[in-house]
Ligand binder design. Structure first.
Ligand code: AP5
Ligand code: MG
Length: 215
């Protein structure tokens, strides 16, 4: 099963992707995480990427597609995956259409005011990229791998406003583009409640195609 998670920066894409992985074992392909991994390598490309994303700008489509294609070749993607943060514009959506068929697009609808609050409290594991929120998890290390929890460099009030504006012009048109495939998720609800329609949809779909649900 191939899934797209569509939504503004901080809307909850990563959080929903983690829940899908826990429940259905489909790998989370976060293009943001792939780019941050490239930065950690300290290469020339990594430095170019850091300059762009730490200032709230997109990387070029060419850079993004190359990195994504490499990731999708890996064995864990054979039975499907969850695209978290891709596509982010119409050009990327068209490239993806030529690569593969998508089964469902979950659109996480969360207003900017809620996002600003959450982003301010977000922490991510510097080792495995797991997402936390200081409101629900007060420890300084990751529950899964023990890595240090840090604030992302693009999680400042100024940069988040910029990312939100770019989202509105570049990415929001995809809501219309995918209108026949969209299942809407209310991102203002608790993680458990917001995940319910996603879980229901995927359970039905898994039953229909005869696969087993792992949890
Ligand atoms: P990326 O890392 O994808 O950032 P983003 O899209 O801005 O989204 P975020 O990761 O900030 O938020 P999220 O929706 O995952 O929310 P989360 O679950 O963490 O990309 C970073 C950058 O890389 C981009 O700005 C761009 O520069 C570049 N890039 C990436 N993809 C690209 C592409 N395709 N093309 C070009 N450039 C690209 O949740 C946020 C917080 O809220 C967390 O603390 C979480 O715990 C909390 N939370 C979530 N849901 C709930 C809930 N229901 N209730 C309470 N709290 C919640
Ligand atoms: Mg994310």
């Amino acid at each position: 099963m191939k899934i797209i998670l569509l939504g503004a920066p901080g809307s909850g894409k990563g959080t929903v992707a983690q829940k899908i992985y826990e429940n259905f074992e489909l790998p989370q392909i976060s293009t943001g995480d792939l780019l941050r991994d490239e930065i950690k390598k300290g290469t020339k490309l990594g430095k170019q990427i850091a300059d762009l994303i730490e200032n709230g700008n997109f990387v070029t489509d060419d850079m993004m597609i190359k990195i994504l294609k490499n990731r999708l070749k890996q064995i864990d993607c054979q039975n499907g995956y969850v695209l978290d943060g891709f596509p982010r514009n119409l050009a990327q959506a068209k490239i993806l259409e030529n690569l593969t068929k998508i089964d469902v697009v979950f659109y996480i609808d969360t207003p900017l005011e809620v996002i600003k609050q959450r982003i301010n409290n977000r922490r991510v594991c510097e080792k495995c990229s797991k997402v936390y929120n200081t409101k629900t998890y007060a420890k300084a290390t990751c529950a899964d791998c023990g890595g240090k929890l840090v604030k992302r460099k693009d999680d400042t009030p100024k940069i988040i406003e910029k990312r939100f504006k770019i989202y509105q012009t570049e990415t929001a048109p995809l809501i219309d583009y995918y209108k026949t495939q969209i299942v809407k998720v209310d991102g203002t609800k608790s993680v458990k409640t917001a995940f319910e329609p996603v879980k229901k949809f995927l359970e039905k779909k898994v039953k229909k195609i005869g696969c087993e649900i792992t949890h």
